[in-house]
Design a protein around this ligand. Structure first.
Ligand code: GDP
Ligand code: GDP
Length: 446
């Protein structure tokens, strides 16, 4: 997982403009939040040898009815929502960027946020936005000095000082080796998804059992982020976001609990996602949508079909067939048939998660890749399209997590789906990437 930095600040100061600049063309993840119409976004920044995640906390955008009713109490409501989001960001980020509007000047709520982020003890950068050119800097920035935070004047819209912005944010990150060590000590993070009553709590309890060390209700965070950590063979494992899992009695709105969006949000906090399905009830539409999304987003995940103790032995083969078929378009996703009650197959879950995560980090040297490319193409030639046979020049591995292979071909549009699947299967087999997601891309080159 990458270290995270959050952009926080009042609505309209330019957070999302800065966010989009930072992530450039990288796709962002949107998190819908109940009650507010503004989404929280996460995106990846890859620059100068460091990769990190930027979070646009969103703040809020008041919808029309809200605006009409606007008054002091409603305003306090929106301020407390922003403070809540800030607090949540503080719990998961290594640094914060407080964004203010240089043209509005320093407002009381900016002061309040500054005080808030200072108390977090995290490194902070104050970004004075809407300084649309160097000549405005002396005019717009002096009053912000009183906040006593390291400060940078910039313009998200016009690009002024964006390079310096990227560099200053990067400098707030912990050194790479320190981060790696922290990550290692924190161990593997697992997210349990699945609809209410599928058996998530029972499984977490059965897996962690007496080894459960910490149930951390991180101070100051919302009920969303309750983590259960336990130690197995000297290694730490953490089930993230188990609030919904543990406190089920208190939560009546089960529809909200199993919203696909909040599930996806939990999965972004984990290394490996575990989707729990109720083996007795069968697959629902929502289960299928979630599987689709996890696959599309290249999330490392496994499926647990729980309550198999309730399945009659002579029906087990038929049940397995149903799940296998439902997951046939993402055949790399492992399915375990388990029971929290009888403990069947529970011992296989953690090693499988370890395997998936380690496969996510397979890196193949370019020389070896090209020998393999030759072998793949020789074994089965790509089909002729419009009287031309696609020609492969070379391939590289662009990324890990997930392993991403890029083929350079004469005409990327001529690749047939069946052949793409053949290539992916061959790569998986050769490089022993059995259960992790893999990305295969084609680029035209001459
Ligand atoms: P957010 O609510 O904090 O995410 O703010 P947005 O990014 O949505 O920006 C709010 C408004 O400020 C939009 O109309 C932007 O076009 C404008 N804006 C953002 N950055 C700048 C800037 O650097 N200069 C100027 N003049 N306007 C900006
Ligand atoms: P959650 O809402 O996904 O956390 O589900 P729970 O763990 O609270 O389980 C819901 C219900 O299913 C409870 O009554 C559990 O006792 C039951 N349950 C969970 N796992 C199993 C299992 O493997 N077999 C059987 N027979 N019942 C189970």
């Amino acid at each position: 997982m990458y270290p995270k930095i959050a952009l926080i600040g009042r609505p309209n100061v330019g957070k999302s403009t800065l966010f989009n600049r930072l992530i450039r063309s990288n796709r962002a993840i949107t998190h819908d939040r109940p009650g507010v119409t503004r989404d929280r976004m996460e995106g990846t920044v890859k620059r100068d040898g460091r990769t990190w995640t930027v979070i646009d906390t969103g703040g809020i955008h008041l919808d029309e009815s809200y605006k009409a009713a606007e008054g002091p109490s409603e305003l306090r409501g929106f301020e407390s929502e922003i403070l809540r989001q800030t607090q949540e960001a503080m719990a998961e980020c290594v640094a914060l960027c407080l964004v203010v509007d240089g043209r509005d000047g320093l407002l009381p709520f900016d002061r309040r946020l500054a005080e808030y982020v200072r108390r977090s003890g995290l490194p902070v950068l104050l970004a004075v936005n809407k300084v649309d050119g160097g000549e405005l800097e002396d005019q717009l920035t002096p009053e912000f000095h009183e906040l006593g935070l390291p400060m940078l004047a910039l313009s998200g819209e016009h690009g002024y000082n964006m390079r310096a912005f990227e560099e200053e944010l990067r400098d707030l990150l912990p050194p790479e080796d320190q981060w790696q060590q922290l990550e290692q000590e924190a161990g593997l993070k697992l997210a349990m998804l699945g609809r209410p009553n599928a058996g998530k709590s029972s499984l977490v309890n059965a897996i962690t059992g007496m080894n459960r060390m910490i149930v951390s209700d991180m101070a100051g965070t919302t009920r969303d982020s309750v983590d259960v950590t336990y130690v197995l063979d000297d290694k730490r494992y953490t089930f993230v976001d188990t609030a919904g899992v543990r406190r089920r009695a208190k939560i009546t709105d089960t529809v909200e609990r199993y919203s696909v969006n909040s599930s996806i949000k939990s999965s972004t906090k984990a290394h490996v996602t575990i989707l729990v399905l109720d083996g007795q009830e069968g697959l629902t539409q929502q289960d299928k949508r979630l599987i689709d999304l996890l696959d599309e987003r290249k999330t490392p995940f496994m499926v647990l079909v729980n309550k198999t103790d309730l399945v009659k032995p002579n029906e087990l083969a038929a049940v397995k067939k149903v799940y296998k078929e439902a997951l046939s378009y993402c055949a790399h996703v492992p399915i375990l048939y388990v029971s929290a009650h009888t403990r069947a197959n529970l011992k296989r879950i953690i090693p499988l998660a370890e395997q998936i995560w380690s496969e996510c980090h397979v890196r193949v040297p370019t020389g070896q890749l090209n020998r393999v490319l030759e072998a793949i193409v020789t074994k089965q030639q790509p089909p002729v399209v419009n009287r031309v046979r696609p020609k492969f020049f070379y391939m590289t591995q662009a990324e890990t997590n997930p392993p991403t292979f890029v083929f350079f071909v004469n005409d990327a549009d001529r690749m047939k789906d069946a052949y793409i699947r053949y290539m992916e299967r061959s790569l998986r087999k050769t490089f022993k990437i059995e259960h992790a997601p893999v990305r295969v891309r084609f680029r035209s080159s001459h």
